[in-house]
Design a protein around this ligand. Structure first.
Ligand code: FEO
Ligand code: CA
Ligand code: CA
Length: 639
């Protein structure tokens, strides 16, 4: 097989692979770290302590300081009995709730499409007409009495999808075609019959968007020289979307698919080729991660078409109700390893989108539209034009949004800022974060939350741009194993305000194993502990659902935490309760509700990624990522 896949291993996470492929400098600005640490110490002396007392950082503007005992005592609004941690190869939900599978990787989406073949695990042709792999973010849309579910298919586990091959890698052109077709977005109409949701195979709304679907490049970077390629000299049209991680949904009924680890699909036919510094900041290297796309599609060969990689890393807007519509890459929202895109309409009607860049030491962003949302009006181009900001947090529990402009960044144009967004954020000295994953906005209060999943490099190594990662602010633990959820409250109750207060809603940890900062905050107990918060979303009652993508060894630092899980948190009381435990070696990701709120849909991604699961079909079946529906047995609303 080609060099492109020679060094790949899908047992290694995306961020780990990027760390290896693009080694960071081992030295950093230690003077800056010392300065920050000193200010942190004085701040902690006054207000913060880890462990058994109050680490939930109450300020008068945010939430009352609480104790671990108080967290135990609060009966709260959660309305279910906690599920114990476990390492079973199934889904566990509380008594009084049931779950079923809605869609699995390889399920046919169109009339006459072939069912999943356990032996071959599908072909290029069957995969193009089937539900994609590794489902992640998703949203359900009610449209003319129908329910349309748009679902990201983030990536593929090569050892599973090509598990029929001796190499457990793509071995011919059709394997590569199958892999590309397993990526992108699956749009499916689903219907509930007798309490069970199923794909409507003959629905006119069903659509597969893959790594080859034509899309329009819009916004400030449209037509920029850095986006022009041999295939598209105009820099306005691109093919496909891949590694779509979290998602967003707009009030005007469109779906946002967010391109995350887009870099791992590019490789070089020229072994001496050295990617530009700009591409290396995004982790583009001469070896891909086992997809081999460059072997059949030259645009993934960066020695021949280096600008192709500049055409990925965006938020893609899709109309789920029109299968003939062309998806739009919204460059106004910047280019980085997008997690999700949390959309909220501010008090004055401007649309605010919060955006995380999930890599160690990268940043948290905010877009504010130029235009205003109007109910029933034409809002279709609100993501075309607006201002892009990056967050700076300070240890006094305040923060500001710094606008990224040629004046503040020293960069040549708005277009360049939207293409080299990481570099722009570095130029203004934004706060390096512990891997920002999903952002969620409370529908009942003007406040937002972001999962900072973990960061083994915190206080140890700079980020990919050489920015220091000092311990402090919302990233308070060196070599952060467990992650935390930061909350911010915009000033004046206005999401367009350029300043905010912040605290940590929860600092994950293991209070059974550790008695120091690694025990976590007061609202973490032996009964609800978890690591690596990732997916995040609110229900209509204002409860926050937290999904994990972490270490599932159930051993050592993670002893007693079991498989990845989903918890429900009350933002008012701070209480957190485990709602669900996933099957072996999966993460839980993706969250949406049926219009009647009687079903919550969640995603089980990469069960058995290291070879030890047969979820969901059991026996000796191939493990398959799946969309799962969960309902109350009494039929009442769930969220
Ligand atoms: Fe695809 Fe950052 O998770
Ligand atoms: Ca994620
Ligand atoms: Ca993650």
């Amino acid at each position: 097989m080609p060099d492109a896949i020679a060094t790949a291993s899908d047992a290694v996470s995306f961020d780990e692979a990027d760390d290896r492929n693009t080694p960071r400098p081992q030295t950093t600005d230690f003077a800056a770290i010392v300065d920050r640490a000193q200010s942190r110490r004085s701040f902690m002396g006054g207000a913060i302590a880890f462990g058994a007392s109050a680490f939930v950082m109450g300020t008068t503007a945010l939430t009352p300081t609480r104790t671990r005992a108080a967290a135990h005592a609060a009966a709260g609004r959660l309305g279910f009995d906690a599920v114990p941690a476990n390492t079973l190869d199934t889904i566990t939900v509380p008594d009084g709730f049931s779950w079923h599978i809605v869609a699995r990787w390889g399920d046919p989406m169109f009339p006459g499409a072939a069912g999943f073949d356990q032996a071959s695990r599908g072909t290029g042709a069957t995969q193009e007409r089937a539900f994609g792999d590794n489902n992640d973010g998703m949203a359900m849309f009610a449209h003319k009495g129908r329910n349309i579910l748009a679902v990201n298919n983030e990536y593929t586990n090569r050892a599973i999808i090509f598990g029929n091959r001796a190499s457990r890698r793509p071995e011919n052109d059709d394997d590569v075609r199958k892999g590309k077709a397993a990526h992108g977005v699956s749009v499916i109409e689903v219907r509930e019959t007798d309490g069970y949701w199923r794909i409507v195979q003959d629905s006119p709304f069903n659509r597969r968007i893959t790594a080859d679907t034509p899309m329009e490049i819009t916004g400030p970077a449209r037509g920029h020289d850095l986006l022009k390629t041999a295939a598209d000299p105009t820099g306005t049209l691109s093919l496909g979307t891949w590694n779509n991680c979290g998602n967003g949904r707009t009030p005007w009924g469109t779906y946002l698919a967010c391109e995350e680890n887009f870099n791992g699909y590019f490789s070089s036919s020229d072994p001496d080729h050295v990617p530009s510094a700009e591409l290396r900041r995004y982790g583009v290297s001469t070896t891909d991660r086992g997809y081999a796309w460059a072997t059949t599609d030259e645009r993934f060969d960066i020695s021949k078409h280096p600008n192709e990689a500049n055409r990925a890393g965006y938020v893609v807007e899709i109309d789920p109700t029109d299968p003939t519509s062309m998806p739009k890459k919204r460059t106004a929202l910047g280019r980085f390893k997008h997690e999700n895109a949390e959309v909220v309409v501010a008090v004055n009607g401007q649309v605010v989108v919060y955006l995380g860049d999930d890599e160690r030491g990268e940043f948290l962003y905010r877009f504010v539209s130029a235009g205003k949302y109007t109910l029933g009006g034409d809002n279709s181009e609100l993501l075309e034009d607006g201002k892009l900001y990056v967050a700076k947090f300070t240890d006094d529990m305040r923060g500001e949004w710094v606008e990224l402009t040629p004046a503040t960044t020293g960069m040549a144009s708005d277009a360049e800022i939207r293409i080299h967004t990481r570099q722009a954020a570095s130029a203004v000295g934004a706060t390096t974060m512990d891997r920002p994953e999903w952002v969620a906005v409370n529908p009942h209060r003007v406040e937002a939350y972001c999962c900072l999943t973990n960061n083994k490099n915190r206080g140890i190594k700079p980020n990919a741009g050489g920015d220091a990662t000092p311990v402090g602010g919302p990233n308070p633990r060196r070599a952060n194993l467990y992650g935390q959820v930061v909350r911010w409250v915009p000033d004046n109750g206005d999401h367009t305000a350029n300043s905010f207060g912040w605290d940590l809603f929860v600092t994950a940890g293991n209070p059974v194993v550790h008695g120091d900062a690694r025990a976590g905050s007061a609202n973490v107990t032996a009964d609800n502990m978890f690591n690596s918060p990732d997916g995040l979303g609110f229900d209509s009652k204002g409860l926050m659902w937290i999904q994990t993508d972490g270490n599932y060894s159930d051993d050592g630092d993670f002893a007693g935490q079991g498989n990845n899980q989903m918890l429900v948190a009350d933002p008012v009381s701070g209480e957190i309760r485990r709602f669900l435990v996933g099957p072996k070696q999966c993460e839980i990701t993706g969250l949406t509700f049926s219009p009647d709120r009687r079903t919550v849909f969640i995603g089980v991604q990469h069960p058995g990624e290291k070879g030890d699961s047969h979820f969901p079909d059991g026996g000796q079946s191939v493990p398959r990522s799946a969309v799962v529906a969960i309902r109350r047995d009494d039929g009442k609303p769930i969220g």
